[in-house]
Design a protein around this ligand. Structure first.
Ligand SMILES: *[C@@H]1O[C@H](CO)[C@@H](O)[C@H](O)[C@H]1NC(C)=O
Ligand SMILES: *[C@@H]1O[C@H](CO)[C@@H](O)[C@H](O)[C@H]1NC(C)=O
Ligand SMILES: *[C@@H]1O[C@H](CO)[C@@H](O)[C@H](O)[C@H]1NC(C)=O
Ligand SMILES: *[C@@H]1O[C@H](CO)[C@@H](O)[C@H](O)[C@H]1NC(C)=O
Ligand SMILES: *[C@@H]1O[C@H](CO)[C@@H](O)[C@H](O)[C@H]1NC(C)=O
Ligand SMILES: *[C@@H]1O[C@H](CO)[C@@H](O)[C@H](O)[C@H]1NC(C)=O
Ligand SMILES: *[C@@H]1O[C@H](CO)[C@@H](O)[C@H](O)[C@H]1NC(C)=O
Ligand SMILES: *[C@@H]1O[C@H](CO)[C@@H](O)[C@H](O)[C@H]1NC(C)=O
Ligand SMILES: *[C@@H]1O[C@H](CO)[C@@H](O)[C@H](O)[C@H]1NC(C)=O
Ligand SMILES: *[C@@H]1O[C@H](CO)[C@@H](O)[C@H](O)[C@H]1NC(C)=O
Ligand SMILES: *[C@@H]1O[C@H](CO)[C@@H](O)[C@H](O)[C@H]1NC(C)=O
Ligand SMILES: *[C@@H]1O[C@H](CO)[C@@H](O)[C@H](O)[C@H]1NC(C)=O
Length: 617
């Protein structure tokens, strides 16, 4: 213990140096390496920290016991400092559709099932699971990922996504050894480890937007067909048993509380549960929630502080697994959707001008609803997010974070079923975001209401998977999308022509595997200087899914003589929408190559009213 404490001091001293936290290259005495430990040996060093839960429960079907943590039935992960030889255990968590509860209407009531669609159809019948392991590192490491089913693998069977990480993989027996580099200014790495024999191809029952998944493996499950035929088109391709790795740099010292007074709530390593009928409404004095590495909190957090900078930090996990879908806190946490009172795992009430929320390192699992909302003076409230991970979003209403004005969100992994990168406010920077998308909504969303926003930048988005049961005109699916009016999505006269979406740039966006359209927007505001720069799509969904074609539709303004919104009226060269360096497969799409239209490579179908005001170069 004494040795470990020394290491901690060295690290903290190193971390308070200005600029990037630098790790001193300590020679670690071998006695500290827990030699002779035979089970669940974790690392607690200045350059590597792993953790373990003694109450792991391997169970792919039902809720786990209150004090237990669901553990992967299929993978183990061990981590070693490169060149050191000794591997340490890193707990592999697992999440399953509905956390094994079924479609409960009321918490703990297994007799009443809700008929309402929650976005999960065949996923539990085919045995979909998602595992993840996370650790802190300060030097290059090697991961030993082992298949517990004993299946022997070759390096060629393993794909790491995003593929542009180009991590080196070798295989030995039933293990994959993955080299994970570290650099002092690292933002950490968040990636998916995928085995060729575990890829599930989602198929839709038929053409068109209102389809559903079919499956050919479980005759007692939903959507069973004995055989697929050619009208059952591909709607997604992803691992059945996902394994995600979250490698994080050690935190800056100001992200770990040193004073434990009444402003801070600390979850030490261990398992906490609030039940499916309660959540934590913090005292107004509390501004900081810290979840230590190895803390697993089955609950939700609501801040009530109107004066301080708010924080949630640490490498613990906040899990919504005990709540039913759309748990409504105003209705005994039953499945009864309310935007106002259905439970967000992160919420703050009564925020005032100048407050902010800093989020670092935390993983959120199994959101029952939108992940986060604050209430109060949101025009003067911002979020500062780094190294955030969202997993287990099998349900539909599982949005990404709100980004209030002047927010900075970076280094995020989103497994999300709904609007993922939500650009609803001005002056926002979102960067280095990895997305695994399920079922509903676009990846970047700017619609639902007419918005007057400018200066938005979304940079370096790697979309590693998407799956959809079909296209949707009013709730479009695309890399960049805009839904029709929230309160009545079938109306097309809900624009406000005095609003603009301006100076909005999406850059360096890549979609691996099957992708929906590049842009799918119902414009409720005029647009100026909207750019999509460096967009690459590996391939589109088949045309029968109606997911492939980009649509840009301009809505009209009922309160302004039904005039249509405009594009590019105040933009340079009147180009309101500029798509630059866009490729599909290996083909670059532009006007000169004449391969942009709805029937050719680029699949762009843009309202003729905007001809001359957009360009693909
Ligand atoms: C190791 O993990 C197993 C199962 O997860 C558990 O039964 C055992 O008690 C753990 N041992 C230690 C030393 O934590
Ligand atoms: C088939 O689906 C049923 C209903 O969801 C489920 O209970 C069963 O476990 C599934 N069978 C397999 C082999 O996954
Ligand atoms: C990887 O882990 C497995 C399971 O613990 C073990 O059998 C194997 O020897 C390890 N490989 C290396 C190179 O350490
Ligand atoms: C992968 O291995 C090659 C050859 O050993 C090495 O040059 C390269 O730097 C490695 N790449 C990474 C990302 O580790
Ligand atoms: C495919 O199977 C479905 C359901 O069995 C059937 O309705 C459809 O007509 C079939 N399509 C073709 C092209 O055979
Ligand atoms: C919190 O602690 C501060 C300083 O010790 C004290 O002034 C304040 O009354 C406490 N607030 C609550 C709600 O306990
Ligand atoms: C749903 O919850 C709201 C409170 O948000 C309540 O007014 C309403 O009666 C509930 N609906 C049903 C069907 O119970
Ligand atoms: C644009 O937004 C970014 C990110 O919030 C901010 O840093 C910058 O100051 C904004 N620029 C203007 C002109 O408001
Ligand atoms: C939406 O508007 C249409 C056309 O006016 C109307 O027929 C429909 O009832 C409206 N739907 C809702 C939910 O208000
Ligand atoms: C967009 O950016 C330009 C150039 O920086 C600036 O002149 C213009 O005012 C901005 N537009 C809006 C609506 O903020
Ligand atoms: C792109 O080109 C590379 C190298 O020529 C090739 O391996 C790959 O299959 C091509 N991809 C597509 C989608 O055509
Ligand atoms: C200006 O717009 C026209 C029409 O879209 C286009 O042909 C031309 O290349 C643009 N010029 C520049 C400098 O972008």
């Amino acid at each position: 213990m004494a040795t470990m404490r020394t290491f901690k001091t060295i690290w903290l001293a190193a971390a308070i140096l200005p600029g990037c936290a630098r790790m001193l290259d300590q020679t670690i005495h071998s006695s500290a390496r827990q030699e002779g430990c035979t089970a669940n040996c974790t690392a607690d060093f200045p350059d590597l920290k792993t953790w373990w839960h003694a109450t792991g429960e391997i169970n792919t079907k039902t809720p786990v016991a209150d004090d237990n943590v669901r553990q992967s039935h299929l993978y183990s992960v061990h981590v070693s400092q490169t060149g050191h030889g000794q591997f340490y255990d890193s707990f592999v968590y697992e999440t399953i559709p509905r956390s094994g509860k079924g479609k409960l209407c009321y918490p703990d009531d297994y007799t009443t099932m809700c008929p309402e669609d929650d976005g999960i159809s065949i996923e539990d019948d085919i045995g979909a699971t998602m595992a993840w392991s996370q650790f802190l590192y300060g030097r290059d490491v090697v991961l030993n990922v082992t298949r517990l089913d004993g299946k022997s693998i070759t390096a060629a069977d393993v794909v790491i996504r995003p593929t542009n990480l180009h991590l080196n993989v070798t295989a030995m027996g039933n293990s994959a050894l993955i080299s994970v580099p570290y650099s002092p200014c690292t933002h950490g790495l968040r990636f998916s480890v995928e085995f060729a024999d575990d890829i599930w191809e989602y198929r839709n029952a038929g053409a068109g937007p209102n389809s559903y998944y079919v499956q050919d493996v479980n005759a007692s499950g939903d959507g069973y067909v004995p055989n697929y035929n050619e009208s059952m088109t591909i709607g997604g391709r992803e691992p059945l048993n996902a394994l995600l790795i979250f490698a994080s740099p050690f935190p800056a010292s100001e992200m770990v509380p040193s004073n434990r007074d009444n402003s801070t709530v600390v979850f030490n390593p261990g398992v906490y549960h609030f039940t499916g009928k309660k959540h934590a409404i913090l005292s107004p004095s509390v501004s900081w929630v810290y979840m230590a590495p190895g803390a697993y909190v089955k609950g939700a957090i609501q801040y009530m502080n109107s004066v301080s900078s708010l924080k949630a930090t640490g490498f613990g996990i906040l899990s919504g697994e005990q709540y039913v879908y759309q748990a409504n806190t105003a209705d005994e946490y039953s499945n009864n959707k309310s935007d106002a009172t259905s439970l967000k795992l992160w919420r703050g009430d009564g925020v005032t001008a100048g407050q902010s929320w800093t989020l670092r390192g935390i993983t959120t699992n199994a959101q029952p609803f939108n992940g986060m909302d604050f209430y109060g003076d949101l025009d003067n409230f911002h979020v500062d997010v780094a190294d955030y991970k969202l997993v287990g979003s099998f349900y539909t209403q599982t949005d990404g974070l709100q980004m209030y004005p002047n927010s900075h969100v970076r280094d995020v992994f989103y497994h999300s079923g709904d609007d993922t990168i939500k650009t609803y406010y001005p002056n926002v920077l979102a960067e280095r975001i990895t997305v695994w998308k399920t079922n509903n909504a676009p990846i970047i969303q700017m619609g639902w209401y007419s918005r007057n926003i400018a200066n938005i930048s979304v940079d370096r988005v790697d979309v590693i998977h998407t799956r959809y049961i079909g296209g949707s005109e009013y709730y479009p699916r695309g890399l960049v999308g805009s839904s029709a009016y929230y309160l009545n999505s079938t109306l097309t006269n809900t624009a406000n022509t005095s609003n603009t979406i301006a100076n909005y740039t999406v850059s360096n966006i890549r979609a691996e595997g099957f992708s929906p359209a590049l842009v799918a927007v119902n414009l409720l505001s005029s647009i100026e200087d909207f750019k999509i720069v460096n967009a690459s799509i590996e391939k589109f969904y088949p045309a029968t899914t109606e997911l492939d074609v980009s649509k840009v539709r301009g809505f009209t303004d009922a309160s302004n003589g039904n005039k249509q919104i405009t594009m590019g009226q105040r933009s340079r060269n009147s180009t309101g929408l500029l798509i630059q360096n866009y490729s599909v497969g290996n083909e670059t799409v532009n006007f000169a190559a004449e391969n942009w239209n709805a029937k050719s490579t680029g699949r762009l179908n843009i309202d003729p009213a905007f001809w001359g005001n957009w360009s693909v170069l």
